[in-house]
Design a protein around this ligand. Structure first.
Ligand code: UT7
Length: 322
């Protein structure tokens, strides 16, 4: 049987760091409140001339180096983002050109914070069916561009960054199972309420900002992630004890801790980057994965559970033999 195996990881963060103390000067908040309620200490913010593709390119090159593949080996690019460079062409096409890859399919996926899990699940299907052998899977965001910097309920949460993996066909186990879901009835709880088709005048006036009913999103995230953890383990015939590492979407330390508790997993088996990166939406999981691979925590043969929840609502998970 052909598996889709993570052959290499990479990530990239913009240079500028925005601390909680910096935010105290922008809105009525405190470093202590942000740490206590979210676990966030700082986040990276893209420079004015940096786009999602600018962040994705070094992340992709690092993943390709780690996987020991070159541009001509890549036969599919799947790019998860909610903050694309342009309305079109897709970020996947723009990145493809930057990397000097020609002819392979390339497309974007829009599932907000679940984007990377959606992209991984999609890429896995191509690999398993033999349609692709080396897939570049990216999550990259410049969420700072869609933040209202006067809204203390959202501006403290988000950051910019990019992460990437090369998913490769292999006889060795890789992704054991992947699960993706959505329920559009909850669209209004976490959204940018204007765009090309809705409230277009607001959009043209530059009011395309994230709005969130934080409390309700929080409750749904904790409950839904608790459920998907059970479903994922059951589908793979594994038990909680089989998980070596939880690599969660990094939205809030309290949501991460609740999921770890559900898995009866001590926090030292959970990869946490939300303190340093904030919520980087589709980039958060591949960023966290790359950090833990490169610092040696995650080793070949380890069993990983990736999970995410985000706008849409969308949610998903992947169980991986690394
Ligand atoms: O990645 C996609 C999914 N997104 C998420 O998962 C985010 C989910 N939501 C959250 O992480 C949390 O709901 C927040 C961190 C956004 C908010 O934490 P909370 O514990 O749910 O706070 P809250 O919204 O219930 O607000 C509690 C109080 C309110 O004041 P009153 O009404 O009790 O007087 C807020 O106005 O905290 C106030 N508040 C703040 N105070 C200081 C809200 N934001 C801030 C702030 N600084 N930045």
């Amino acid at each position: 049987m052909t598996f889709a195996r993570i052959a290499g990881t990479g990530s990239f963060l913009p240079e500028k760091i925005l601390t909680n103390k910096d935010l105290e000067k922008l809105v009525d908040t405190t470093d202590q409140w942000i740490r206590d309620r979210t676990g966030i200490e700082q986040r990276h913010i893209a420079a004015a001339d940096q786009s999602a593709v600018d962040l994705a390119e070094p992340a992709a090159r690092a993943a390709m180096n780690a996987a020991d593949v070159v541009a001509s080996d890549i036969d599919l690019i799947v790019f998860a983002t909610s903050t694309p460079d342009r309305i079109f062409p897709s970020c996947a096409c723009l990145l493809q050109a930057r990397l000097g890859i020609h002819g392979c399919p390339a497309f974007d996926i829009q599932a907000v914070c679940s984007g990377f899990v959606y992209a991984l699940a999609t890429a896995e299907k191509f690999v398993r069916t033999g349609a692709a052998a080396n897939v570049l899977v990216i999550g990259a965001e410049v969420f700072s561009r869609i933040i209202n910097w006067n809204d203390r309920g959202t501006c403290i949460l988000f950051g910019d960054g990019a992460g990437a993996v090369v998913l490769q066909a292999s006889e060795q186990a890789g992704i054991l199972s992947s699960h993706i879901h959505a329920d559009g009835r909850y669209a209004d709880l976490l959204q940018v309420p204007c765009g090309i088709g809705v409230n277009y005048d607001d959009f043209k006036a530059g009011h395309g900002y994230v709005e969130m009913k934080g409390n309700e999103v929080f409750r749904m995230a904790v409950n839904t992630l608790g459920q998907i953890v059970d479903d994922t383990l059951a589908a793979a015939g594994l038990s909680k004890q089989d998980i070596d590492w939880l690599v969660p979407h990094q939205a809030n330390h309290r949501i991460i801790a609740a999921t770890a508790k559900k898995l009866a997993l001590p926090m030292d088996q959970v990869v946490v980057t939300v303190n340093k990166h904030g919520n980087t939406s589709a980039a958060s999981i591949p960023l966290a994965l790359d950090v833990a691979v490169r610092d040696g925590r995650i080793q070949r043969g380890d069993t990983l559970l990736l999970e995410a929840f985000g706008g849409g609502f969308t949610w998903g998970s992947a169980l991986i033999r690394y």
